[in-house]
Ligand binder design. Structure first.
Ligand code: PAF
Length: 282
């Protein structure tokens, strides 16, 4: 597998290939790849002639130093997983200096209010960091299409807004959540869960599915109370937030309105590990 660490070398390679008329898919990641990431790369390979996967644990999107320090970094395993795929995959593993230069700082971004809800409200500066790294990466990689998982549904909507507002010429494609056999949404952070924590974390999806079943017959405030009560006495999981929000605006809903589509969004802590998930309620 060809691996680039130097942005100029990657850029010259990509430009050469694109001059031949090849279409490029891009899957930006922070590594510790799992089946969710692989589904994005597979989708990219099915729609493009080649795919660049970047691995970069982006410091400016973390609001918690411990989370950043403990983020799993397993490049060799990641490479092996990508090598098991059929198709042309190029790995790009830059270091912080080559991306940010001397000053590792986020720029400020606004996304028409999408940034104020849920993850934006609970992780200060997170979406500034995401916007900063993605504008830098899009500028280097110049992809035709870029693939993002719906597990980070708010991020997906924000990236769509980012490219629209900044006139970045890339098509953003959202891909369905991939789940463990027990229902837990796949995440690089799942590696940090003990066996018991992993098993217990299945409760998150179970509760989301209960909400989905009750959605048509119960009010939003009752459903929020229901979720809070389900987590109240859980021995391992602590609820950070549960919201039912308009899928487009991400504004938490107070009451249901006809023709709007809603999703349930949740963030939960299992010890020091933060897990998020969401489910469509239509
Ligand atoms: O979803 C992620 O892994 C990250 O937020 C991303 C998109 C790679 C930006 O660092």
């Amino acid at each position: 597998m060809v691996i680039y660490t130097d942005k100029q070398l990657l850029q010259s390679f990509v430009r050469r290939e694109k001059k031949k008329g090849k279409q490029l898919g891009f899957v930006p990641t922070m590594g510790a790849l799992h089946r969710g990431h692989m589904s994005l790369v597979e989708m990219g390979l099915s729609e493009n002639d080649f795919v660049v996967v970047s691995i970069f644990v982006n410091p400016t999107q973390f609001d918690n130093q411990q989370d950043l320090d403990k983020y799993p970094r397993i490049h060799k395993q990641d490479q092996e997983l990508l090598e098991s795929l059929e198709g042309e995959v190029i790995l790009y593993i830059p270091d912080a200096q080559s991306i940010y230069g001397e000053s590792i700082k986020a720029r400020r971004f606004t996304y028409d209010g999408l940034e104020h809800q849920m993850e934006g409200a609970h992780r200060k500066g997170h979406f500034d960091g995401v916007g900063t790294i993605l504008t830098l990466l899009f500028d280097i990689v110049e992809p035709d299409r870029a693939y993002f998982g719906e597990k980070d549904f708010q991020q997906l909507q924000i990236v769509k807004k980012l490219v629209e507002k900044h006139h970045i010429s890339v098509e953003i494609i959202g891909c369905p959540i991939v789940r463990e056999a027990n229902g837990l949404a796949m995440s690089s952070r799942n590696r940090r869960l003990s066996k018991k924590e992993f098993e217990e974390a299945a409760f998150i999806y179970k509760v989301l599915m209960e909400v989905r079943t009750r959605f048509s017959s119960e009010s939003i405030s009752n459903l929020k109370k229901f979720v809070e009560e389900r987590f109240l006495h859980h021995e391992l999981l602590k609820l950070e937030y549960f919201e039912i929000a308009n899928e487009k605006t991400l504004v938490p809903a107070v009451r249901k309105r006809k023709h709007n589509r809603y999703r349930g969004f949740i963030a939960v802590h299992s010890g020091s590990i933060r897990l998020i998930d969401n489910v469509a309620l239509y």
